[in-house]
Design a protein around this ligand. Structure first.
Ligand SMILES: [Zn+2]
Length: 335
């Protein structure tokens, strides 16, 4: 179930967007075309579905909330309502036929009474022909048809399309809200603190929390640091045992390195007594132990090397060697 099933919830995540959409509904001035513009993972699609539920709900609550339990609300939630049509890119592009198909679908008599809403996800992927076909529809709108175009960049849409729509901005979701969402979904406090530092895309954050591979990388970072400064343990050897998995692709490498950087920053913040900025709050005892055994200069020097490696990750370098060097430096620096 979508987390955004009420405007009241949307107000928490996207106060401005919620206000603009609600104003239209409460003042009977709903626009026939909206553009929801904002980065990925900002609840644009969920909001479009909420809007559709509000328009089709047979029993709205308090004047503006969809009830969530009528047949219309439920079918929209399950993407099975014939009056709500979602267009997604077929491969890289949204093609003319997809838009023609949408218009054809909505002109059929079999569609149920009441408003009809089409949602175009990643609308910036419409090619020229598709855009022109859509524009024609927008110029001669059928009554009771509403368009919601979702995009990361409204400048990539035809100006004539943008001028016919109400533009609503979606902002990146605040870290603490992503953290709270993860906690509510049963993600561990450790992961719920760390993941929002990696991404402010709420969908990506949830995917990471559900990925066993990525969560084992988080555990590995904690384990590696736990070995530092211990006489009979070696970070280098432990890293060698798991490095194949970590270095298997750029995504896992980037995740691993970012989590290492966050831990290294925590050590620095501990030294600087910026305790409220510490990310791995559940590891405070370890952070304290490690930070007390190492100089601030050494922490900073390794942090700089990690940051430098991060900018080089997209180039075709010898990753295995680069990571080995960092871990070796880390181990030396911690003694
Ligand atoms: Zn309803």
């Amino acid at each position: 179930m979508s987390v955004i099933n009420r405007f009241k919830t949307l107000e928490t995540f996207q106060p401005q967007a919620a206000k603009m959409i609600l104003n239209g509904i409460l003042n009977n001035r709903v626009s026939h075309a909206y553009i929801f513009e904002g980065p990925k993972g900002t609840h644009k699609l969920a909001t479009a579905l909420l809007f559709a539920q509000r328009l089709l709900c047979t029993n709205p609550q308090d004047d503006h909330e969809p009830c969530g339990v009528c047949s219309n609300c439920i079918r929209i939630e399950h993407n099975t309502h014939p009056n709500v049509f979602l267009v997604k890119a077929d491969g890289e592009q949204i093609k003319k036929d997809q838009i023609k198909n949408l218009i054809l679908e909505f002109s059929r008599m079999s569609v149920e009474n009441g408003p009809r809403i089409y949602i175009i996800d990643e609308a910036e992927r419409m090619n020229q022909d598709a855009s022109n076909t859509l524009l024609k529809q927008m110029e001669e709108p059928l009554s009771d048809i509403y368009a919601v175009l979702l995009t990361t960049n409204s400048n990539a849409l035809l100006k004539t399309i943008v001028s016919r729509a109400q533009l609503i901005h979606f902002k990146p979701i605040a870290r603490h809200l992503i953290k709270e969402t993860l906690l509510e979904e049963g993600v561990s406090p450790l992961a719920s603190h760390v993941i929002p530092e990696y991404t402010n895309n709420i969908d990506e954050a949830k995917k990471i929390a559900q990925s066993k591979d990525l969560m084992s990388i988080l555990e590995m970072v904690i384990e590696l640091y736990s070995l530092s400064g211990k006489k009979n343990e070696s970070m280098v050897i432990r890293f060698k045992e798991v490095s194949d998995k970590i270095l298997s692709n750029t995504a896992t490498m980037d995740f691993f390195l970012t989590l290492m950087i966050l831990f290294q920053k925590d050590l620095l913040n501990y030294k600087l007594r910026h305790l409220n900025q510490i990310v791995y709050v559940s590891e405070m005892t370890e952070i304290e132990r490690i930070a007390n055994n190492v100089s601030q200069k050494s922490i900073q020097s390794i942090l700089e090397k990690m940051l430098a490696l991060k900018t080089r990750l997209r180039y075709n370098i010898n990753y295995a060697l680069a990571f080995d060097l960092i871990i070796a430096q880390l181990e030396r620096g911690m003694h």
